[in-house]
Design a protein around this ligand. Structure first.
Ligand code: ADP
Length: 372
């Protein structure tokens, strides 16, 4: 027999409950409606019926096709809509969001957020749809982000197979290569690697801007992270004849971080420090605790960064003036690093002396058990 609490949470059809629910629902300023798994509208709030200039009875208790008919071109056809509802209800799709463009005497843009609703025993009750108002600029921005992210994904797959084939050829898979062929393939390989880096950076930025960059925070060692990054960058640093020194006195510093993303930040800072160092130079990474946080400092002996450029270089596609293109790079690394560090509740900045070198510093909260 079901316990009483379960029965009460499942009794949405009782008139009194429905009345209360409707009152709550009507109080929301965002147009909203609820649909049962068969595609029938259970509730439509005041904001929605006011927007459409209809009375609730045109929609409530009726099929979704009525809403589609009222909205005209603004919604997908009723079948596609119903399919989405049943996929959401059956958990084949999780929370989703799409754009709705609705024309009255003016053009209105909404981001439609749909979410499956279940009883406490897991049985599907249907879906809740919310239309969050957007400005035209925001909508264009969202379209642009989606386009960039799809295009980059599509580009990455063939680029990866081109790089794989070039690696195989250069590794001798098809026999010995003449000197000239090898040189040409090395050029193709390095162009390919550069393009893959750019695609990955663009994908990261579009994920960050769409608010879809998710971190898996856990206590991790920042020292391990620095060591991994130094290993990753070692052969690159050898190519520039630059030495990397790690300075970490005291116990291993633990932070609350996403391992892969912090590796990405440190690798980017190290890569820049190496790239801008003179041959024979040293890059020093030091770790030290500060109040409630861990600080990581990456110091080089490069050209330094003029004071008026120090904030600017954390922007997208920004490079120190007069330097663009000279050292390669996309101008996205620091923008990504800053967004990732901020998402860790930390901050990142640069201290520098022109002609003497730069020091990029970030700090993020220590792990609670870190004891700092
Ligand atoms: P990228 O290095 O790919 O161009 P970043 O966003 O990582 O992109 O860096 C942006 C710009 O900041 C660089 O192009 C360079 O002008 C400047 N910069 C970054 N790190 C250093 C450094 N260690 N020394 C001097 N300039 C730097």
């Amino acid at each position: 027999m079901s316990p009483p609490s379960r029965k009460s949470s499942a009794s949405l059809a009782a008139p009194a409950d429905l009345e209360t629910l409707r009152a709550w629902f009507d109080a929301a300023v965002t147009p909203a409606f609820a649909v049962d798994p068969s595609g029938r509208l259970l509730l439509a709030n005041r904001a929605l019926v006011d927007l459409l200039g209809i009375t609730p009875d045109v929609l409530v208790g009726k099929s979704l096709s009525n809403l589609v008919a009222v909205m005209g071109d603004a919604l997908p056809n009723a079948d596609a809509y119903s399919r989405r509802v049943s996929r959401l209800a059956e958990d084949k799709e999780s929370v989703s969001d799409t754009l709705v463009e609705y024309h009255t005497d003016q053009q209105l843009f909404f981001k439609e957020i749909s979410q499956p609703i279940r009883r406490s025993d897991g049985a599907p009750l249907g879906c809740l749809f919310l239309w969050v108002a957007m400005t035209r600029e925001k909508q264009i921005d969202q379209n642009k982000n989606e386009f960039i992210s799809i295009a980059s994904h599509e580009l990455r797959t063939p680029m990866t197979s081109i790089k794989g084939s070039l690696d195989l050829l250069l590794g001798g898979f098809a026999g010995d290569l003449g000197e000239e062929t090898r040189e040409l393939l090395v050029i193709a390989q390095s162009g390919c690697e550069r393009l893959i880096r750019l695609i990955n950076d663009v994908l990261d930025i579009s994920k960050i801007e769409a608010g879809r960059m998710q971190l898996r925070l856990q206590p991790i060692s920042l020292f391990d992270c620095v060591q991994r990054s130094a290993r990753t960058i070692k052969s690159y640093a050898d190519g520039f004849q630059v030495k990397i020194v790690i300075d970490c006195p005291g116990p291993p510093p633990e932070v609350l971080g996403d391992r892969d993303r912090l590796d990405q930040v440190v690798t980017n800072l190290l890569g820049n420090a190496v790239k801008f160092s003179p041959a024979g130079g040293t890059v020093t990474v030091s770790l030290c605790p500060v109040a409630g946080a861990m600080q990581c400092r990456v110091k080089d002996q490069g050209p330094g960064i003029p004071p008026d450029q120090r904030d600017r270089i954390f922007g997208k596609f920004q490079q120190v003036e007069g330097q663009a293109g000279k050292k390669g790079g996309t101008g996205l690394g620091l923008a990504i690093a800053q967004a990732l560090i901020r998402q860790h509740q930390g901050r990142i900045w640069v201290e520098s002396e022109v002609d003497r070198g730069s020091e990029f510093i970030f700090q993020i909260p220590s792990a609670p058990s870190g004891g700092t």
